[in-house]
Design a protein around this ligand. Structure first.
Ligand SMILES: NC(=O)c1ccc[n+]([C@@H]2O[C@H](COP(=O)([O-])OP(=O)(O)OC[C@H]3O[C@@H](n4cnc5c(N)ncnc54)[C@H](O)[C@@H]3O)[C@@H](O)[C@H]2O)c1
Length: 349
C-alpha cells in the first residue's frame, strides 16, 4: 500500500460538531499504518485528546492549508473561503455537482491549485449505492422537529442533543392521534429515520417513494398535516409542492420539513422557498392563513453529533483503510469530480 496521510480538519461552521472519523476508528487507521493528523477543534464532539491518545498527530485548527502536498484533507462540510487555490485532495461534502450556487467557485479553486475534490456524496460502490451517509439521523431529526413544531413545542434556538433526550421529547402525545404525516423518499436512509422518529412519536405516516410519486397526487399530498421530504433526486421531476399550492383552498398541509434541502438546484422538488432555515430560527412561516411553516436545515445530523458521527465513521472506515484513487470507490469520486468540472467548462489539472 502507498503511504497514506489523512488530515482531519476542523470544521469552520460553528454549529458543526460532527466528525467523519471518531477516535476508536482513528485507532484502527493508525494501527493499519495510516498517518493521521487531527486538527484541534473546540467544537468537535470528541476532544482532541482522545485522538492524541490513540496515536494521532495534533495540529492547530485550519493548518491544513500548509499540510504536506500528499496529505488528504478530510472534513465534512464547506471549506473556509480562503485560500483561493486548493492544492490538496479533499474529502468532504462539496455540494458542487448539482448546479448549486457556489459550485463553480469551489471547482474553480481546485482548478487553480491543482487539488481535487473527493465528494463523500459520490463515494459509491460499483452498483452506485452510497457507502457512507448521514441520512438516517437527518431523517430522524427532520421528522422529530416537524412533530415538535406541530405540537407547538419546538424551542429555538436548537442545540445538539442525544438520542435519549430527543426520544423523551418525542414520546407520544394524546393530541397526536389525528396528525396525518407523509414521508416522501420513505424507502431510503433518511426516510427510514423519519419513519422511526414518527413511530417514536406515536404517528403512523403515509409513506411514498418512487412508485407513488410517478403520477403525483398533489391533492392527497396537501391533505396531510406534516410532510417530511427525504428524496434523493437524481433527475428533475415535477415539483411536489408549488408556490400556488400554498394558496390552494382547503390545504391541510401546515408543516414541511425538507430534509433533502436541494434549494437553489434545478432538482429541487419543493421550489417554494429560497434559503434554508437555521438552528437559531428553525421554522419559517411562508403563509399565515392557514399557516404553512417550513423547516429546512441542511445540517440536521449535527444535532445528534455523537450518534451520527459514530454511524458515519463506521461506514467510512473500510473505505479509508483501503484508500486509493486509481480504482474503486475513490477512483469513481475522482472521475465524478473531473466530469462535473468538465460540465461547467472548468479544466482540472
Ligand atoms: N438536511 C440534512 O442535514 C441532510 C443530511 C443528510 C442527507 N440529506 C439529504 O437527504 C436526501 C436523502 O438522503 P438519503 O441518504 O436518505 O438517500 P437515499 O438514497 O437513501 O434515499 C432516497 C430515497 O428517495 C427516493 N426517491 C428518489 N426520487 C424520488 C421521487 N421522485 N419520488 C419519491 N421518492 C424518490 C429513492 O427511491 C430513495 O428511496 C439527500 O438529498 C441527502 O443529500 C440531508
Amino acid at each position: 500500500m502507498t503511504a497514506v496521510h489523512l488530515w482531519l480538519r476542523h470544521e469552520p461552521r460553528p454549529t458543526e460538531r460532527r466528525t467523519p472519523v471518531v477516535p476508536a476508528d482513528a485507532r484502527r487507521l493508525i494501527e493499519h499504518g495510516i498517518t493521521l493528523t487531527v486538527e484541534d477543534s473546540p467544537q468537535r464532539i470528541f476532544p482532541t485528546g482522545e485522538y492524541e491518545a490513540v496515536g494521532a498527530q495534533v495540529a492547530p485548527a485550519g493548518s491544513w492549508v500548509a499540510a504536506p502536498d500528499d496529505a488528504v484533507i478530510l472534513g465534512l462540510k464547506e471549506l473556509p473561503d480562503d485560500p483561493d487555490e486548493l492544492t490538496h485532495r479533499h474529502i468532504f461534502f462539496g455540494h458542487a455537482y448539482k448546479q448549486q450556487p457556489d459550485a463553480e467557485a469551489l471547482l474553480t479553486r481546485f482548478a487553480a491549485g491543482g487539488g481535487a475534490l473527493l465528494d463523500l456524496e459520490y463515494l459509491v460502490d460499483d452498483t452506485g449505492r452510497r457507502l457512507a451517509a448521514f441520512g438516517y439521523w437527518a431523517g430522524y431529526l427532520g421528522a422529530a422537529l416537524a412533530v415538535l413544531h406541530h405540537r407547538g413545542r419546538l424551542a429555538a434556538e436548537l442545540t445538539p442533543t442525544d438520542e435519549k433526550a430527543l426520544g423523551e421529547l418525542l414520546s407520544p402525545d394524546s393530541g397526536d392521534r389525528d396528525i396525518s404525516a407523509l414521508v416522501i423518499g420513505a424507502l431510503g436512509r433518511s426516510g427510514r429515520g423519519a419513519r422511526d422518529a414518527l413511530a417514536a412519536a406515536g404517528i403512523s405516516p403515509t409513506t411514498w417513494d418512487l412508485a407513488e410519486t410517478q403520477d403525483l397526487d398533489r391533492d392527497a399530498l396537501l391533505a396531510h398535516d406534516l410532510l417530511v421530504n427525504c428524496v434523493l433526486a437524481t433527475s428533475p421531476v415535477p415539483p411536489f409542492v408549488r408556490p400556488q399550492d400554498l394558496d390552494a383552498p382547503g390545504r391541510r398541509l401546515r408543516t414541511v420539513s425538507d430534509v433533502t434541502c436541494d434549494v437553489g438546484s434545478p432538482l429541487n422538488v419543493l421550489p417554494v422557498y429560497d434559503r434554508t432555515t437555521e438552528w437559531a430560527d428553525p421554522v419559517r412561516r411562508l403563509r399565515d392563513e392557514p399557516p404553512f411553516d417550513l423547516i429546512a436545515i441542511d445540517n440536521l445530523p449535527s444535532l445528534l453529533p455523537l450518534e451520527s458521527s459514530t454511524d458515519f465513521s463506521a461506514s467510512l472506515l473500510p473505505q479509508l483503510l483501503d484508500f486509493r484513487t486509481d480504482s474503486g470507490p475513490w477512483g469513481r469520486c475522482l472521475a465524478r469530480f473531473a466530469s462535473a468540472s468538465r460540465e461547467l467548462g472548468i479544466k482540472q489539472g
